[in-house]
Design a protein around this ligand. Structure first.
Ligand SMILES: Nc1ncnc2c1ncn2[C@@H]1O[C@H](COP(=O)(O)OP(=O)(O)OP(=O)(O)O)[C@@H](O)[C@H]1O
Length: 593
């Protein structure tokens, strides 16, 4: 066991220090906690000018007095002014907590950043060091240090900070690992920026939220430990004032003067509470920032607008989208990006939604799952999935649909995996969320899903953290996660964009094989006509938020009608030969008829 294990937040912030401070100032409770903390710190620092008494001066004629105008918090067993002793006693308490916090923060942040950013050997060495720190009984070591260093409180607090820093190293390491996989970090690396600059400029600011949470929570813990030492008359030795020592003295005379426990215990409680409130507020701000930037928020429902689009016939369609419009509320006003599109997906069909960047493919797909950010307004005449009209579904039903009826594979597999949990833990969590089964059954199903997505050594993969996977493996894990709810429709948003060419082909082969085995439909969102030609049976072509053409693949490539489709084909050189062949096929077929 480590000295103190801070609470590990799996979330990773995208917030900046400024946004965090603004968020704090918008929360009255957090502002009150900040003010209380500031007043306590300033009062302790300015103690000599805020009180006419000395902390050690005794008056045996006025012992254990209740608060009065002369002694606003009363006097103790030796007639010393309690208010004065609290002010002076706060100095070692706050200084000790600060020392522990600095050591905790510096070691946690530096080692976490280095471990998270470097690969292999350095990461492994730091991880072993952290494991070692966390396995040693830090509190016992702290007592040994006190004995060794002649009751030196500073040395004890440094020891506490060091032995508690393992948890922070892990949090920062996981957050750094996730952030370093972001596309913009890769781009910065490719553009020749040095590691130190990338770490300080691109990664460290993203970690401010989790670090502030951990450090503020630890500060409270350090203060309690420091007070505990004072209570045991260690570190700050009587008659010198310390908050813990004052609690100890008050508890000895609790039957004669119960009041004495109030100011000494109260100041510790108030300070720890203020630190806790600040930590909680930062955690809330962090979660809000994350959900805003991650866009995992339910869509804003509006009344459907009339549309000129023709409603597709349901027939044996699994999904029917009729007159879908998507608009974003932006600082420049409302901007409609999808203008009343209609299309359908048949059961078990491999269908492509294709178009250039910005044509509205992704927002169309995400709108089906309610995954657009809150500034999106979605309207449609009708959206029917598996015979059920979306607008008739309650929040809970729509939530169940996500993952169960419709699965999602995102562009960036690493973004879809939580860096703080192993593959097995994440799979088990999703499996158990879908069907209340036992842990052991969930584990068996997780392994079988990993086998289904053709991952070798599934047991070993299940034990790994996301950062221990290659891009192709991570995408297979994401596919396994999306299969956990046995969806009827899989939305695959550019599932191969982040992968190299050979892995891309393997992932597409896997998706095709899974469709054959499970009979689910796959809606592939892509800008790559080559992928569409290779994978899909039918394609819907989008341009500027409108569908310009929707056809079976042979027809689309053989006889493209719209000039935009022709331009897209012409811009994909590998397809030009294919279209010649397809054109001949279409011609032969029509001659035969
Ligand atoms: N949160 C948002 N706020 C405002 N506009 C947005 C938001 N998200 C997307 N858009 C706009 O919606 C339009 C369609 O975006 P979408 O991501 O669907 O394009 P896409 O066809 O998938 O392109 P890409 O392949 O580059 O992702 C774009 O003009 C984009 O700027």
């Amino acid at each position: 066991m480590s000295a103190v294990t801070p609470i590990v937040e799996p979330g990773i912030t995208n917030g900046t220090a400024n946004a965090g401070l603004r968020g704090l100032l918008r929360r009255p409770l957090a502002v009150a906690a900040l003010i209380v903390l500031a007043v306590i710190v300033v009062a302790c620092v300015l103690a000599p000018v805020l009180t006419p008494y000395q902390p050690l001066s005794q008056n045996l004629n006025a012992v254990m007095q209740l608060p009065s105008a002369k002694h606003i918090l009363g006097t103790d067993t030796l007639g010393r002014d309690v208010y004065t002793r609290i002010l002076f006693g706060g100095r070692p308490a706050l200084l000790g907590a600060l020392e522990a916090m600095v050591v905790f923060g510096v070691i946690g942040i530096i080692l976490g950043l280095i471990a998270g950013y470097s690969r292999d050997a350095v990461d492994r060495v730091i991880s072993v060091f952290v494991d070692l720190l966390m396995s040693l009984p830090g509190i016992v070591v702290m007592f040994a240090v006190l004995a060794l260093f002649n009751n030196n409180l500073g040395a004890a607090m440094v020891t506490l900070g060091l032995f508690s820093s393992g948890g922070l190293v892990r949090v920062v390491r996981a957050a750094t690992k996730a952030t370093r996989e972001e596309l913009y970090v890769a781009a910065a690396r490719v553009s020749g920026l040095g590691s130190m600059r990338i770490l300080l400029r691109h990664i460290a600011p993203k970690l401010v939220g989790p670090i502030v949470i951990q450090v503020s929570l630890f500060a409270g813990i350090a203060l309690v430990v420091q007070s505990g030492l004072g209570f045991l008359n260690l570190g700050v030795v009587a008659p010198a004032p310390s908050w813990g020592g004052m609690v100890g003295e008050a508890s000895q005379v609790i039957s004669q003067s119960p009041w004495l426990l109030v100011p000494s215990g109260g100041i510790i409680g108030i300070t720890v509470l203020a630190l806790g409130i600040i930590g909680d507020a930062v955690r809330d701000i962090n979660a809000e920032t994350k959900s805003r930037s991650g866009g995992i928020t339910r869509k804003r429902a509006l009344a459907p607008k009339a549309t000129a689009a023709t409603a597709p016939a349901d027939g044996d369609a699994l999904l029917v989208v009729d007159g879908l419009r998507i608009a974003f509320d932006t600082p420049r006003g409302e901007s409609e990006v999808v203008h009343g599109i209609s299309f359908s997906v048949r059961r078990g069909e491999l269908i492509g939604l294709v178009g250039e960047s910005g044509s509205g493919k992704t927002v169309t797909a995400l709108s089906l799952l309610g995954l657009l950010p809150p500034n999106a307004a979605i309207t449609s005449n009708r959206t029917v999935f598996d015979g059920r009209e979306f607008t008739s579904l309650s929040k809970e039903e729509l939530h169940q649909l996500r993952g169960a009826g419709i699965g999602l594979i995102s562009q960036e597999p690493m973004v879809a995996l939580d860096p703080s949990f192993t593959v097995g833990q994440q799979l088990r969590e999703v499996i158990r969320a879908h069907g209340g089964i036992s842990r052991a059954d969930a584990h068996r199903k997780a392994i079988s899903l990993l086998e289904d997505v053709r991952l070798p050594e599934p047991e070993s993969v299940a034990r790994r953290y996301p950062h221990e996977l290659s891009g192709g493996m991570a995408q297979r894990v994401v596919i396994a996660l999306s299969l956990a709810g046995e969806p009827k429709l899989l939305l695959a948003d550019e599932p191969t964009t982040a992968l190299d060419v050979t892995v891309q082909a393997e992932i597409l082969d896997l998706l095709r094989a899974l469709r054959d085995e499970r009979g689910m439909a796959i809606l592939l969102v892509t800008h790559d006509l080559g992928v569409v030609a290779d994978f899909c049976e039918r394609a819907v072509v989008m341009q500027h938020g409108r569908i310009v053409e929707s056809k079976d693949i042979d027809q689309l490539f053989g006889a493209p009608e719209h000039e935009y489709t022709r331009a897209l084909i012409a811009a994909t050189p590998s397809l030009i030969d294919l279209t010649d062949v397809e054109a001949q096929n279409v011609e032969v077929a029509s001659n035969a008829r």
